[in-house]
Design a binder for this molecule. Structure first.
Ligand code: HEM
Length: 411
């Protein structure tokens, strides 16, 4: 890059302050240095669509980066939080073949498109009930009142988490997530609390799993408990890891997909008008464009298994490579006028759900929740407006998340 911003600035200046609008930086990186060594973070940043697409199918990149956690912890702490480290190592997103292939086969038996489609009436009911509470003239943060509770309730019901325990469960899983998303030196501050959270989560799941073993129900947890392929089932530890990870992966991501989509519509009135004029024709395009325009998961992280030369840069074995999906999804070589929000964009082969072996397991569910949410907003709140222009994105690296979405509803 021509100036020294990314070479010399510290982690805070490089990452957090740019998160409000990372796209100009993404554009410069993509044009000038698409495989960029980021010295402050000691990792590679890949921003071009074609490079992300090819590399995410390249088996020389590993998804197993659990040693990153291990190396960042002092030995005594590491020994104390070994159960937490063992748990995180079983998250499907952090496994490679053959474990990944086995886990994916088992979870696919439980997570079928048919099973997801059966959820449609329930999701519609939830959407309607939540929007009943959004009343004309009253202040409303659409995230806390709608975008957040919808996917959280869906995933809790799929996992059979009783209503009374949902808030606690969410707190506990967030405690684990703070550890898993913390980088470098911050990791040790979250490790012990995360382990405590995990202990409580497992007590809850032990109870739920033994209930399902005695009496299977029509939910994802029962399907995961009974899933069997090639004579193999998930072990208890794998089952708990799958439940925690599916909850983590399916919850905030969808919240942000819905929230960013609504915000894009409200800040692009001509696109909102187009959607309202023919929702049947444009709702799917709106979902895809919302996912491309503000890709909720901004990165996929891999580790080089061996020396890899990418676009003339030599990536050493063990180095981390961050594929910036949010940058790839604004690549002008693939998406003409990429900074324009256009619900009729076609083709729109964004990478918001990743690519390759780890392609999002919940893509069908997420798309369905977003579609039902957008349809309901058009039908029930066609006069929806932003109540402020003072919107902010959370200062987190991996997720593109608005802090709140205050809206004004008129009768
Ligand atoms: C708009 C919403 C969502 C977005 C943008 C999203 C995005 C992603 C991305 C980019 C990946 C690949 C990460 C990588 O390659 O390292 C992924 C993986 C995954 N997602 Fe999603 N996701 C969403 C919703 C969901 C939902 C609703 C669920 C489940 C209920 C879910 C479950 C998973 C799982 C289990 C994986 C790991 C798959 C594997 O490693 O084989 N996601 N997601």
């Amino acid at each position: 890059m021509s100036d020294s911003i990314t070479e010399n600035a510290d982690y805070r200046a490089f990452c957090e302050e740019r998160l409000q609008d990372p796209y100009p930086l993404f554009a410069r990186l993509r044009a000038d240095d698409p495989v960029h060594w980021c010295a402050p973070m000691k990792l590679w940043l890949v921003t071009r669509y074609d490079l992300c697409l090819t590399a995410l199918k390249d088996e020389r990149f590993s998804s197993d980066r659990t040693d990153m956690y291990v190396q960042a912890l002092p030995p005594d702490l590491k020994a104390r939080v070994q159960p937490l480290l063992d748990h995180v190592a079983k998250w499907i997103q952090l496994t490679d073949e053959p474990d990944h292939t086995r886990l994916r086969k088992l979870v696919n038996l439980a997570f079928t498109p048919k099973m997801i489609r059966q959820l449609m009436p329930r999701i519609q009911g939830l959407v309607d009930a939540l929007l009943d509470e959004v009343r004309p003239g009253e202040p409303c943060d659409l995230i806390s009142q709608f975008c957040q509770p919808l996917p959280a309730t869906v995933i809790c019901e799929m996992l059979g988490i009783p209503l009374a325990e949902r808030d606690r469960f969410r707190e506990l899983v967030e405690g684990i997530m703070h550890f898993s998303t913390a980088g470098g030196p911050k990791l040790k501050h979250h490790a012990e609390h995360a382990q405590e959270c995990l202990r409580e989560v497992i007590v809850l799941f032990e109870r739920l799993v033994s209930e399902r073993r005695r009496e299977p129900r029509d939910d994802l947890l029962s399907a995961l408990v009974t899933a069997e392929a090639d004579g193999e089932k998930l072990s208890n530890d794998e089952l708990y890891a799958m439940c925690v990870f599916v909850f983590l992966a399916g919850h905030e991501t969808t919240t942000n997909g819905i929230a960013s989509g609504v915000m894009a519509l409200l800040t692009h009135p001509a696109q909102f008008a187009k959607l309202k004029a023919d929702v049947g024709a444009h709702v799917r395009g709106t979902v895809e464009e919302a996912l491309r325009f503000e890709s909720p998961v901004t990165r996929a992280v891999r580790k080089a298994r061996e020396e890899i030369v990418l676009e003339g840069k030599t990536i050493a074995p063990g180095q981390l490579v961050v594929f910036l999906l949010g940058a790839a999804d604004r690549d002008p070589a693939v998406f003409p006028e990429p900074d324009v929000f256009d619900i009729t964009r076609s083709p729109n082969k964004h990478l918001a759900f990743g690519f390759g072996a780890h392609f999002c397991l919940g893509a069908v569910l997420a798309r369905m929740e977003m579609e039902i949410a957008f349809r309901a907003i058009v039908r029930r709140l066609p006069q929806l407006q932003l109540a402020t222009t003072d919107l902010a994105w959370k200062p987190t690296m991996g997720i593109r998340a608005l802090t709140r979405l205050p809206v004004r509803v008129t009768a």
